[in-house]
Design a protein around this ligand. Structure first.
Ligand code: HH2
Length: 287
């Protein structure tokens, strides 16, 4: 029997129901260098066509990013990040006004511009490190994802070590939730994410996915991104990220079974179908 509490994730004027079934956040990287879809959607027209396709496959949230955070990724200027992201948010908001758009950024300036263009969620892999970020999110009532990352993308995979990865990530996320709520972001607007692959080795990633249920105690939405990541390649022996769909779906399903409310993915159709089955078994509901 399901023990997942149903509640509403408030993101501007959207109320996303979580707990009944697992929500799917689809990934649209408008970057030249993202590890699996870089360079494919740089043209805004191509990006919008891709987004429409992902949404038609059943995604609940569209996550648009203009900076790759893969290990060793090159830095991007603010101007370039704005130039990549804002036109796509604008075009998608115009094409599908009801769609919940998330912007994957660490910069408050980019978050503000994306929110002005119609985004409703800020997905911040640095969990609000930019001193202006909480003000930007709080003043407009946006949703926010606070993700754990060890160090910076350029160096985060250089031999990451923890005393106890699950306890360390949990303590960090608790502190960031407290910082966000102290900065006047309502708890009903927050999500946390353990940041799979962000300064973690294979065993860290597996321990975190195995222990997700403990993060639900933070009392906010729990999001997880496993899609096509390196640990899937390590476990399956598949080098090409676009060929890691089945391993990604397996990890996404187990994340959901272990308590994730939102699964972030490049491969919407297989993920939605797999979660329909998983949710029916674990939560006794259909999509
Ligand atoms: N992973 C990536 C980027 N953003 N956000 C959250 N909340 N959780 C994640 O696990 C996460 C994230 C990295 O994946 P991707 O966007 O596909 O690659 P890149 O950073 O190279 O653009």
């Amino acid at each position: 029997m399901s023990t997942v509490a149903r509640r509403t994730w408030r993101c501007r004027d959207h109320g996303l129901e979580v707990g009944r079934r697992t929500l799917v956040m689809c990934i649209l990287n408008v970057t030249p260098d993202s590890f699996s879809d870089g360079g494919r959607f740089l043209d805004p027209g191509d990006a919008v066509a891709r987004a429409v396709h992902l949404l038609d496959d059943g995604a609940d949230i569209l996550d648009i990013g203009g900076e790759s955070t893969r290990p060793g990724a090159a830095a991007v200027s603010v101007e370039e990040e704005l130039r990549r992201v804002v036109p796509v948010v604008q075009a998608m908001h115009a094409a599908r006004p009801g769609v919940v758009i998330s912007v994957d950024t660490r910069r408050a300036v980019v978050a503000q511009a994306a929110l002005d263009a119609g985004a409703a969620i800020v997905n911040d892999v640095s969990a609000g490190a930019d001193p202006d970020m909480f003000d930007v999110v709080g003043s407009i009532g946006a949703g926010m994802v606070l993700m754990h990352m060890r160090g910076a993308p350029a160096t985060m995979q250089d031999d990451p070590t923890y005393d106890d990865v699950v306890a360390d990530v949990h303590a960090f996320l608790r502190e960031r939730v407290e910082a966000a709520t102290s900065a006047s972001i309502g708890i009903e607007r927050l999500a946390v994410d353990p940041g799979i692959g962000f300064g973690k080795d294979l065993h860290h990633n597996l321990a975190l996915i195995r222990s997700l249920a403990g993060f639900t105690e933070l009392g906010v939405v729990l999001a997880v991104g496993v899609s096509r990541k390196r640990f899937i390649g390590t476990l399956t022996g598949v080098d090409d990220p676009t060929d890691r769909v089945d391993g990604s779906v397996a990890a996404g399903v187990l994340a959901a079974a272990n308590g994730a409310d939102v699964v972030r993915t490049h491969d919407v159709r297989p993920t939605v179908r797999a979660l329909a089955v998983a949710d029916a078994i674990v939560r006794e509901v259909g999509r």
